[in-house]
Structure formats: C-alpha cells, structure tokens
Write a protein that binds this ligand. Structure first.
Ligand code: C2E
Ligand code: MG
Ligand code: MG
Ligand code: MG
Length: 285
C-alpha cells in the first residue's frame, strides 16, 4: 500500500499516486526524450536474391544506443513505444534516417541504385499519424525515390483494415510507395484482406522457415505459403534463414528473396556501404 501511495510530485505541482500507468508515462517520456536527444540508430539487414546471393534490399531496424545500457534491441522498447504512442515520433525519425542513409548510398555507390529500402511501420503510425504527409515529406526532403521504398506492415494491422487505413495506404501506393506484409502467417487475418489492400510483398515469418530442413510437414506448410504469395502475384521474402539448406529449399519452392543470419546480420550503415561497394545489386521485380 505504501508503494501504491508513494506520492510523486508532478510538473504542475500536484501530487500523483504512483501507479503502473504513471510508470508507462515515465517510459513514454523517456522514449520521446531519447528521440529528441538522438539516441536511436538505424541498422540495416540486407535482403538477398536467393538465386544469386546479390543484395536486393536493406531493411531498416532501429536500435537504442542507451547512454547506460548500451545498444538496446527493439524487442525491449517497441512494444512500450506502440502502447504509449511514442512509436509515432520514433517511427518518423527511423523513416527519415533510413531514407537519408539510403539516398546517400545511391549518390555514392553506383550499384546501390536498384536497392530497395524497407522500413517497418507500426499500426499507430498508420492510424494516428499523418502517414501520407510524413512519408511524402521525407521522400521530398531526402530525395529518396518513392518507387524504391517498401513499408512493412504486420498482419495485425492489415487484419480488418478500416476505410481510413485503406485510403491512406492507397494514397501512398499512388505515389509509388510499396507495402509488405511482415511476419506473414503469425496473425489470424483472413487471406481475403490481401485483395483489399495495395500490398506487393509478403514476408514469410521466420517461424515458418525454422523447421523446413528438419520436418516434411514444416516444409509443406512453407511451400503452401510461398504458393499463396505467388497466387496473389506478390514478391515473396523468407525471413530468418539461418542455414544453407533452408535457402536452397526456399528457392526450390519458388521463393525469390531471403533474409537471415545465414546471409547477413543487421549491421551499421558503414558495413552495408562496404558490402554494396563490393556487391552486384540485383534489381527486384
Ligand atoms: P521484423 O520486422 O520481422 O525484423 C526482423 C527481425 O528478425 C530483426 O530483429 C532481425 O534481426 C531478426 N532476424 C533476421 N534474420 C534472422 C535470423 O536468421 N534468425 C533470427 N533468429 N532472427 C533474425 P530486430 O532487429 O531485433 O527487430 C525485431 C522487431 O522489432 C522487428 O521484426 C520489427 O517488428 C520491430 N522493429 C524493428 N525496427 C523497427 C522500427 O523502426 N519500427 C517498428 N515499428 N518496428 C521495428
Ligand atoms: Mg520487418
Ligand atoms: Mg516488422
Ligand atoms: Mg518480420
């Protein structure tokens, strides 16, 4: 009880009861301050063409370079950021930083011209943020071309998309931006929603890739998901490829793109630039 009633003086000079809600507010403020202070960094994980190993895309993945805790992974803060809404400014920062970086690669490295940039976008950004203005503004500001940008949405937010969401995605699609369904297969969305949204890419969740080289049943499931993507005319990317045999099997299933520790780990931009300088970039589509 004493903990519950441990009063804390708020900025307005009133006393507030300490509750988990206040803790959430404190974490929200901490995240927003960290964005302002420039404590976040973007790493990039190359996506390869499974047939050639050439880098086709780079996925932006945020990390928190915390002054005391070191490099903190998204698993430790993305959920809170989504809960509190801090993901809106954070996500906008990630998008700007990723586009800025990818535009610099295009300017410096001839083979980077065909590179796709993929950026995770949270449901909050689609629902609460002015996503269309934010994305078009950032593209103009950074000079990164709309037709090289892919926004990754998780299956949860494309589940039962409301009219506003559909309208926003269509407006962005009209500017040349593409959409991917991330972690495909982990939600409970009816496959039907794929027809209602301007989606061009399916990213098969790594849980479907994990056992394909060990279990015929897992293989059959992944095979069916790849076929589903093809049936919808989508580009299919397999996530979480950790072993060469998985890459070989996915290619045999007709999956063209892959991402995983077997190929490249997420890495700081300088390392990606070095890779791009030495790599043949194969353009998707
Ligand atoms: P995601 O979008 O599905 O990103 C792929 C995650 O899988 C990354 O984790 C990556 O490091 C990891 N991964 C890639 N290959 C392998 C592999 O072969 N094996 C295993 N075990 N893991 C692999 P990370 O960077 O920790 O990000 C986790 C999640 O956090 C992301 O999953 C995404 O949902 C979210 N996230 C990351 N950055 C952002 C962001 O800027 N905005 C939003 N909204 N979410 C983000
Ligand atoms: Mg992703
Ligand atoms: Mg994601
Ligand atoms: Mg994923």
């Amino acid at each position: 009880d004493t903990a519950m009633y441990a009063a804390k003086r708020s900025g307005r000079g009133q006393f507030q009861i300490y509750t988990p809600e206040l803790d959430t507010r404190a974490r929200d403020a901490e995240l927003r301050d960290a964005v302002e202070r420039g404590e976040f960094v973007v790493h990039f994980q190359p996506v390869v063409d499974l047939a050639t190993g050439a880098v086709s895309a780079a996925e932006a993945l945020v990390r928190w370079n915390h002054p005391e805790r070191g490099l903190v992974m998204p698993g430790d803060f993305i959920d809170v950021a989504e809960e509190t809404g801090a993901i809106v400014p954070l996500g906008e920062w990630v998008l700007r930083e990723a586009c800025r970086q990818a535009a610099a690669w295009r300017a410096d490295i001839p083979s980077a011209e065909g590179l796709w940039l993929t950026v995770n976008v949270s449901p909050q950004q689609v629902k609460k943020g002015n996503l269309v203005e934010v994305v078009t503004g950032i593209l103009t500001e950074t000079g990164f071309p709309a037709d090289r940008l892919v926004l990754e949405l998780t299956e949860h937010e494309v589940l039962e998309p409301d009219e506003v969401t559909v309208a926003r995605l269509e407006a962005l699609c009209a500017t040349g931006v593409s959409f991917a369904v991330d972690d495909f297969g982990t939600g409970h969305a009816a496959i039907n929603y794929l027809r209602r949204l301007p989606v061009q890419v399916l990213k098969i969740d790594r849980s479907f890739v994990a056992g394909i080289d060990e279990s015929p049943q897992q293989y059959a499931i992944a095979d069916a998901v790849v076929a589903l993507g093809a049936a919808f005319g989508l580009h299919v990317v397999a996530e979480g490829i950790e072993r060469p045999e998985q890459a070989r099997q996915l290619l045999a299933m007709g999956c063209r793109y892959g991402q995983g520790f077997h190929f490249h780990r997420p890495q700081p931009p300088e390392q990606v630039a070095a890779l791009l300088r030495g790599a043949d970039i194969l353009i998707g589509r």
